[in-house]
Design a protein around this ligand. Structure first.
Ligand code: NAD
Ligand code: SER
Length: 321
């Protein structure tokens, strides 16, 4: 079997996806690659390659040398950081993808996964149950890069017949590594604040509705999409995918069911405008129909799972029930 290369393997998704791929295909088959390893990176369980996705020549040499047949290209700058560094975000998100696509074409890589995001949608898209096909008018550089990236993926599929698969992940909630630079990061930070301090200062307004997903569902969706027979894939840009949607107020109430007295305070910053430009929920019926997508974690299951995993952070006399 040709090997699997995960670029951006030290990040929030990368460390968990790499671990899942290693369980499925064997440790040595899956190469974790990133600028740096991180505590969350399962380095000890398999090979780690220091790699800059912007260095096309090294990427090409490694793909050939390591006999790579599948690439997961996760390296990107997320929405909030992207608004602070628009040109850097464009460079990483676009050139990283283009290098991956071009090396994959030159080296006859069999399959590629590249994540898109709910950030492809802008204020012109329907707010609730946002359809698979609608006008994309992203207002962030991150969203523009994801929208353009989707078109590049389709172009390489249509023109060169390459097998490229993609999901528009919603905000992802996980405990193994901290998210970095996203607008949806509050939905992870809130658990740490709840357990350590019993209050959370939220940078979004209380009623900001956003689509979210627990990491176990996101990793499973990724593996299921990659396993699906090619003739089941009808979307060659990126699939909408959904699990739950909620507001900061709603997740606060849910956490307070477990942590007595927990409350959130709201002080919106620049990330509010980003969140306001995105849909509150998406319609993922194409993913359900084409390859059988079905989420397992709703809000209450996610809160229970997160608190169980992070309970060691709780203050000694904190009431978790
Ligand atoms: P992350 O920021 O946690 O991880 C990104 C990783 O990429 C980091 O480990 C970083 O070191 C690495 N990286 C950065 N520049 C690199 C380079 N030049 N070469 C190699 N590696 C480099 O991001 P994440 O949350 O794990 O997201 C992964 C992908 O999923 C991204 O494409 C992101 O847009 C997408 N996505 C994430 C979410 C989410 O909520 N986390 C939602 C939608 C889409
Ligand atoms: N979670 C991501 C962000 O907030 C969405 O792609 O940037």
């Amino acid at each position: 079997m040709r090997r699997i290369l995960v670029i951006g393997a030290s990040g929030q998704i990368g460390c968990e996806l790499t671990a899942a791929l290693r369980i499925k295909f064997g440790n040595d088959t899956v190469i974790a690659a990133d600028l740096k390893s991180s505590p969350g990176n399962p380095k000890s369980s398999g090979p780690f390659l220091p790699l800059d996705v912007l260095d096309k020549e090294t990427l090409s040499v490694q793909v050939r040398r390591q006999q790579v047949g599948t690439i997961y290209c996760l390296a990107a700058m997320l929405s909030a950081s992207g608004e602070q560094h628009p040109h850097k975000a464009w460079q990483l998100n676009m050139q990283g993808l283009l290098n991956t696509l071009e090396v994959a074409r030159e080296e006859s890589v069999e399959k590629i996964f590249w994540p898109s995001s709910i950030a492809v949608f802008g204020p012109d898209a329907p707010k609730m149950n946002c359809p698979q096909e609608t006008k994309l008018s992203p207002t962030t550089v991150y969203g523009i890069s994801k929208s353009a990236g989707e078109d590049w993926c389709k172009y390489y599929h249509d023109r060169f017949g390459m097998d490229i698969r993609s999901l528009r992940y919603p905000g992802l909630i996980s405990y193994q590594s901290m998210p970095g630079g996203g607008t949806t990061d509050y939905a992870v930070a809130i658990f740490y604040a709840a357990l350590k301090m019993r209050f959370y200062q939220c940078y979004l307004k209380a009623d900001t509705h956003l689509p979210m997903m627990y990491m176990d569902d996101a990793v499973r969706a990724t593996l299921e999409l990659m396993d699906a027979p090619g003739d089941k894939i009808s979307v060659h840009t990126s699939y909408n995918i959904s699990a739950m949607d909620f507001t900061p107020r709603e997740i606060t109430v849910e956490i307070a069911q477990h942590i007595k007295g927990f409350e959130s305070f709201y002080n919106a910053d620049f990330r509010q405008a980003i969140a306001d430009s995105w849909p509150g929920s998406v319609d993922d019926s194409a993913a359900r129909k084409d390859w059988g997508w079905k989420p397992k974690f709703g809000l209450s299951e996610t809160v229970e799972a997160m608190l169980e995993q992070l309970k060691h952070l709780a203050r000694p006399n904190s009431a978790i029930y």
